[in-house]
Design a protein around this ligand. Structure first.
Ligand code: MTE
Length: 427
């Protein structure tokens, strides 16, 4: 089967948006006219307001226990609860290795973590992109054991919420924004183990004519503005699905935890977090382009400088964080080894600089991380005097993209990439 290489996320999304607006795409659940109507309403009211609303939960799919907002404990030292979500505290990464342990990995839930029974759970593939065009009611099915019998792969991949860093639009740029007020902890790297989505698609009878694949979550429908938008879902082009996408059933050597998609989730390396659908169940494979509110409505840039239907949200920009608590205490007059990490959706980090109050200087990169999804670094500092100090870090990725002093604003406050001023107190 000859296919074009896996497209960049922004290129794919732009193409699908054009087709959707031209009426050439379809999506289960919500029709295009309704979505256009919603789009207009959201552009007027600002789509961001939707994120601020209390979550209204529609009934869970038949047979699914709707579960709890977040199943794992949320110790204050590891995680900070934010509505239905929890962000990792960067101080909880001090002394840790390359990956984020499961107990402190951030959670982004549109509604709640469902409790799924692994013995009855099935991956259900359907659509005219598969031979015989199986229907949603009579799909090609795989149980968890079926997936485990297929060749497994394990790889580190970074997941990041597109709104990570949002709170700094308000705190550093005086641009208050609605939406989940993530600090820098809506990100993490884990080692994911599972079967390639491509392997399963081929076994299910993938046709050459298939163009899009849309995994759906089994968590309760997402309801906003009084509208049931259906299950959380987002299309992928077949070329990406056949490239490096995993159906993961293990995270850092353990069965996938409930909050991270048990029993099986999609992991889409390099694409924004919403692509990596948790608690995956149905998967539509289509010969016509697919769309969902999650690539037409949300996860787009709206506001001044953007067209009414928004601009495609491309790769995540460059970010850097210190492995320190906010307002951490450091010993005055003594050598401190500062630790931190930098990452970019455009590819590996090439350079990191740190400013502890007397200008930018290079940080030392951990050699074994070179080329990976994120880069650890260190910098020595002797706080000159007791009192408050501000630490800054900035990185440059392989494409030459760096971190500006101010991030470009947009209504939904995505893609914050500015240097973050991290306060500490020497005493
Ligand atoms: N999948 C489902 N089914 N429901 C969700 O709410 N959230 C998405 C994605 N997959 C989501 C989902 C978003 S926005 C992100 S950033 C990642 O999952 C977060 O994954 P995590 O909670 O394992 O960190």
């Amino acid at each position: 089967m000859s296919r074009s290489p896996s497209p960049a996320e922004a290129v794919h999304d732009a193409e699908r948006s054009r087709q959707w607006l031209a009426g050439q795409a379809h999506g289960a659940g919500v029709d295009r006219a309704r979505l256009l109507e919603l789009g207009a309403a959201m552009a007027a009211v600002t789509a961001a307001a939707a994120e601020r609303e209390p979550v209204a939960v529609a009934p869970a799919p038949v047979g699914v226990d709707p579960g709890t907002p977040i199943a794992k404990p949320l110790p204050a030292a590891l995680l900070r609860p934010l509505d239905t979500n929890a962000e990792m505290r960067w101080s909880a990464m001090a002394g840790q290795g390359y990956v984020v342990p499961n107990d402190r990995f951030f959670v982004r839930n549109h509604t709640v973590t469902p409790h799924l029974d692994p013995t009855t759970w099935r991956l259900r593939l359907f659509g005219d992109g598969l031979r015989g065009a199986p229907t949603r009611d009579a799909p090609v099915e795989f149980g968890l054991d079926d997936l485990r019998r297929l060749p497994a792969e394990e790889r580190p991949a970074l997941l990041e919420c597109a709104g990570n860093g949002r709170r700094f639009f308000a705190e550093q740029q005086d641009q208050p924004t609605p939406g989940v007020a993530w600090g820098l902890g809506g990100v993490g790297v884990a080692r994911w183990r599972g079967v390639r989505l491509g392997t399963v698609l081929r076994l299910a009878g993938l046709r050459d004519e298939a163009v899009d694949v849309m995994p759906e979550g089994l968590d309760p429908h997402y309801v906003t503005g009084g509208v049931d938008l259906g299950p959380v879902r987002r299309p992928l082009p077949v070329a990406k699905a056949l490239d490096d996408v995993l159906l993961a059933y293990e995270m850092n050597g353990e069965p996938l935890p409930a909050d991270h998609g048990f029993p099986v989730r999609v992991v889409v390396p390099g694409w924004i977090g919403i692509s990596s659908i948790k608690w995956v169940g149905p998967v539509e494979v289509s010969t016509t382009p697919l769309f969902s509110p999650w690539n037409t409505q949300f996860y787009r840039l709206f506001g001044p400088g953007h067209p009414a239907d928004g601009t495609v949200l491309g790769a995540q920009p460059v970010k850097s964080a210190f492995e320190l608590a906010w307002d951490a205490r450091v010993p005055a007059g003594e050598d401190v080894l500062l630790h931190g990490r930098s990452w970019s959706g455009n590819g590996p980090i090439e350079r990191v600089e740190v400013d502890t109050g007397d200008g930018w200087r290079p940080a030392d990169l951990v050699a074994t991380d070179r080329g990976g999804p994120w880069q650890r670094w260190t910098a020595r500092w002797r706080p000159p005097a007791a009192g408050r100090h501000v630490l800054r870090a900035r990185a440059t990725d392989r494409t030459g993209a760096g971190q500006p002093d101010r991030a470009a604003p947009n209504d939904l406050a995505y893609l914050f990439d500015a240097v973050v001023a991290h306060p500490v107190t020497a005493c």
